[in-house]
Design a binder for this molecule. Sequence first.
Ligand code: S3P
Length: 442
Amino acid sequence: MNSKVYAQFEVQPGGKLRGMLRVPGDKSISHRALMLGAIAAGDTDITGFLEGGDTLATLAAFQAMGVQIDRAGGHVTVRGAGLHGLKPPPGALDLGNSGTSMRLLAGLLAGQAFDTTLIGDESLSRRPMRRVVEPLTRMGARIDTTPGGTAPLRIHGGRRLAGIEYAMPVASAQVKSCLLLAGLYAAGATTIIEPAPSRDHTERMLGTFGAAIDTDGARVSLRGGQRLRATSIAVPGDISSAAFLMVGAAIAPGSDLTLQNVGVNPTRTGIIDILKAMGADLQLLNERQAGAEPVADIRVRGGTLRGIRIDGRLVPLAIDEFPVVFIAAVAASGETVLTGAEELRVKESDRIAVMVEGLRRLGVRAEPAADGVRISGGGEGAVFSGGEIDSRGDHRVAMAFAIAALRASAPIKILDCTNVATSFPGFVECARAAGLAIVGKP
Ligand code: S3P
């Protein structure tokens, strides 16, 4: 990764976003390409790989388990070890800030012959892990957590797993993917029933690696013991990273921005539906397939937005985009109401609390609820005052408040920004190229 890591952002008010750009590769797809490539037979070629802290943590974990992985920028070759070819790592696997790494690896490692310990940073060490440990235990795994159900996770090897039928209590692609990966090592079939659709990259990619996977409405099912065949994966741009610039263009008058080659898998496009419902001028151009994933160029022009009630069904389809959706809500006329989004409280930070705290510092009226928020939009002109925001180490909170500056009356300074590099390395340079008056400070 050559892009710089900054501790603070300073953003001058106003401006507009224009031009054509690409955002870094999709984080979810990059993780899965490494994981499936590592346990496939043969060499898997990945292009467009996200060189972010989270995906590099997954990459290092597999290297520690004996998988040879060559990387030249976003081009990665994984020399697959086969389903049973991973080796005991020399120490604990440190997954940094990455919930996806920890939850998916918990499933993949529950069926190995050796023990592993998964650790993470302060934020990851607070996040709930019972949601994966409990169903994995039902499959026959043995995993120790802290008394609070958090990491470190001590995963005992040499367990015999058996497939289960499991109705997930929360719509979580991380839980679903964890159980599908464990299911590859289990006797019989593993069936998961989702309460609402969540991102389906694992299901699509298992198909690309030659596994048979059945989906029938909310049920997804896979037989254990299936061998994966190496393949090529072209990772599209991450719509969750594009979202910051999409909202920026939508709220800044005079903007006309095209984001090229963005993944538009329908389980990820809640942000497009939300922005369109708010009245944004947004078009998908050049829609095409990149392997099993749909991609498009997304053009957004500046205009006026109106507040909306966000349909609860959109929550899992836009789960990572709410920090910046809150910024769009402030720049809209009228009120925006979000409900059914209690999951936001257990992300990299408590995103309801941290966003409301930051919005209030910038003079916005925002009322938190246990499962959402109510935001009063400011309408035209500058809708945020300037000020200093503590992102609490949450990458998406930091980027959301940087975008707010487009409609602020004075500079916005954002603290604790180093984790932006976990998902969007080069954010400062990319946003500046589009027209945001942002500088990063070490
Ligand atoms: C992810 C799923 C989401 C999302 C996370 C990445 C994935 O989490 O918030 O950034 O790659 O599966 P949940 O599935 O737990 O909501």
